[in-house]
Design a protein around this ligand. Structure first.
Ligand SMILES: Cc1ncc(COP(=O)(O)O)c(C=O)c1O
Length: 400
């Protein structure tokens, strides 16, 4: 009965594998590297409580009222200053997941091609899928999307008159692989986008969380970037996901269309949350908080890398990425092993991860997994990797 009434895209919608999986790993005895969550002990609760009472005192009526769809003007001004763009380039969103949805809403017709990383962020795939996009995946190496493969793919798509509207990229400490695209490669991607007249959708939630190496410029600060790049930012990883606050930087004509699309979605992003974040930024407290996050997460990343170096069995084909920032690293098992099959063994040993196939639009690459290092404590990282190493060793004995 319900099935008859659902739209075609709703019929095709699938529940997120990760959300289903997170339910399984919620038991306290399980050390979970599965979620993508910030460390909750680092949420600046006291600061937020103080700023909240200031906001209520100073501008309570405005903060509790509807606000402009574009977002709080003063917050947009601050963000524009921060990113060295114009206020007309900025739209405040209900975090970056809404950015993914709004961009899909204004650009994707059913059957349109979207180029994505292979693998890429699952929530991106879900957003594009809701508008019936067809995916073409570009494999990644340690520097992000392989640009020669991208070039060949675009040549072919151009010949077939099937060029995508945009290329979806997570350039900094990519979710799930943890790899970062260096400046030269960003330039080449931008040149290709310009040659084929495509947009780039650059999703950058982890950008401020850099623990080593030098920062790369945002796409929109590179030559020609201001014309064809839509960038998503979020406060989820640098403040708290519970605010559901983010913003988009894009050319003003694109921002205009996104504003109309957003009106039909939620009228405006919570003015209350915007006022709190605006005040935290104005009091120069966000940068300080980010510095603290960077120092804690750097230690956690280092602990996970040294635990992997110390405990993982020496096995041909077993490798992992060494991210310069973000919240994740990516582990590849020897060919012939299957992280999906191994998952039950891992759960029985009280350790969990996300299977890498969930980040591939076609569900392939089963010998991979994503490991999160921001949420567990240092001790749990150590113990969890020890358990995982044993699980991999036992599984390998059985299947290889
Ligand atoms: C690449 C990427 N984009 C977007 C999001 C969504 O974040 P939010 O909607 O909380 O800003 C995430 C969350 O993990 C992510 O990893």
């Amino acid at each position: 009965m319900l099935e008859d009434k659902l739209s075609t895209v709703a019929k095709a919608m699938k529940r997120s594998e990760i959300r289903e999986l997170l339910k399984l790993v919620a038991k306290p005895e399980i050390i979970s590297f599965a979620g993508g969550m910030p460390d909750p002990t680092l949420f600046p609760s006291k600061l937020i409580a103080e700023v909240t009472s200031e906001v209520m005192e100073k501008e309570g009526e405005r903060a509790l009222q509807y606000g402009p769809t574009e977002g709080d003007t003063e917050l947009r001004e601050k963000l524009a200053e921060w990113d060295k763009v114009d206020i007309d380039n900025i739209l405040i969103t209900t975090a970056s997941q809404q950015g993914l949805d709004l961009v899909s809403k204004i650009f994707i017709d059913p059957g349109d091609t979207v180029i994505v990383g292979y693998p890429t962020y699952l929530g991106g795939l879900q957003a594009f899928n809701s508008y019936d996009a067809k995916f073409i995946g570009i494999p990644l190496d340690d520097e992000g999307m392989k640009v020669d493969v991208l070039e060949g793919t675009l040549q072919k798509l151009s010949r077939d008159r099937n060029l995508p509207k945009f290329i979806y990229i997570v350039p900094d400490f990519q979710n799930p692989k943890g790899v970062t695209m260096p400046t030269d490669r960003r330039k080449r991607v931008l040149e290709l986008a310009s040659k084929y007249d495509l947009l780039i959708l650059s999703d950058t939630p982890y950008r401020p969380l850099r623990y080593s190496g030098e920062p790369c410029p945002n796409f929109f600060h590179l030559d020609g970037g201001m014309e064809r790049v839509i960038t998503l930012f979020t406060f989820s990883k640098i403040l708290c996901p519970g605010f559901r606050l983010g913003y988009i930087v894009a050319p003003p004509d694109i921002i205009d269309k996104l504003v109309v699309a957003k009106q039909g979605t939620d009228l405006c992003t919570s003015p209350f949350n915007q006022a709190i974040v605006r005040e935290i930024i104005k009091q120069d407290k966000l940068d300080r908080h980010i510095k603290k996050l960077v120092s804690v997460y750097k230690e956690k990343r280092d602990r996970m890398l040294s635990a992997l170096d110390n405990y993982m069995p020496k096995m041909e084909g077993l490798s992992w990425t060494r991210p310069d920032g973000g919240l994740f690293l990516w582990l590849t098992l020897p060919e012939g092993m299957d992280a999906n099959r191994m998952f039950e063994r891992a759960l029985a040993s009280n350790v969990a991860y996300v299977v890498g196939s969930a980040f591939h639009y076609d569900g392939n690459c089963k010998n991979t997994m994503r490991l999160n290092f921001s949420y567990p404590t240092l001790e749990k990282i150590d113990e969890g990797i020890k358990r995982l190493a044993k699980v991999i060793e036992e599984e390998a004995k059985e299947v290889l």
